[in-house]
Design a protein around this ligand. Sequence first.
Ligand code: PLP
Length: 250
Amino acid sequence: MLSEKNDWLIDFAAIPEDVARRAKILYFNYPSNPTAATAPRSFFEEAVAFAKKYEIMLVHDMAYAELAFDDYRPTSLLEIPGAMEIGVEFHTLSKTYNMAGWRVGFVVGNRQIIKGLRTLKTNLDYGLFSAIQRAAETALQLPDKYLLEVQERYQTRRDFLVEGFAKLGWTIPKPNATMYLWMACPIGVSSTDFALGLLEKTGVVVTPGNAFGEGGEGYVRISLIAELDRLGEALARIEAAGIRYDRFEI
Ligand SMILES: Cc1ncc(COP(=O)(O)O)c(C=O)c1O
């Protein structure tokens, strides 16, 4: 299970030998939804070594490849020597190009794995509506300036919220990437109680961390998809309701 103790990274040494031997696929995602964790290059090297040792396919979901801030640049699995022999990497246009729900993305990497996916896909569904393919083609050809604007937008929202919450006594780590903040609930308050309490008192919605698995208990995810004025409104409501992190009452 992922945990804050391990910086929300997979602890390969903790995976039992028999589980590793039976495994066929290792799916992972950094920069991460929901924890906003990022993984260093050494983690990817460990993942490749682990997958090779146990003959496991590596599938890396890099949905937040471009949503990185300051000078941080996420590592691609395919940068790692040997990764092409056992791995593939997925990307989606959902986040970078605001095309969530359009179901358009791509996969790159090991030829044999992609061939298997192609066989599966051609038996499951058909090609995408061509207008969406055209839109995707246009999106992928946008100049780098567009990517910088997107990064700046999310980075501004991140800073605005983290600093705004800090004034209310809420300490939230500043993530290097993604469109989320991942915050520990006050001690002794569950994810559900915290999210429901906030919703009832202010109408502000955060996602309880336990919705993502048991490791998420005790955390909530805050999304940065709203415009600054809406984020400001959320902060103002929390302040007006007198909700202080250090004495949160349900
Ligand atoms: C890690 C990750 N992968 C994939 C997706 C969704 O991608 P798509 O809209 O292409 O299914 C999301 C969106 O929430 C995500 O966070």
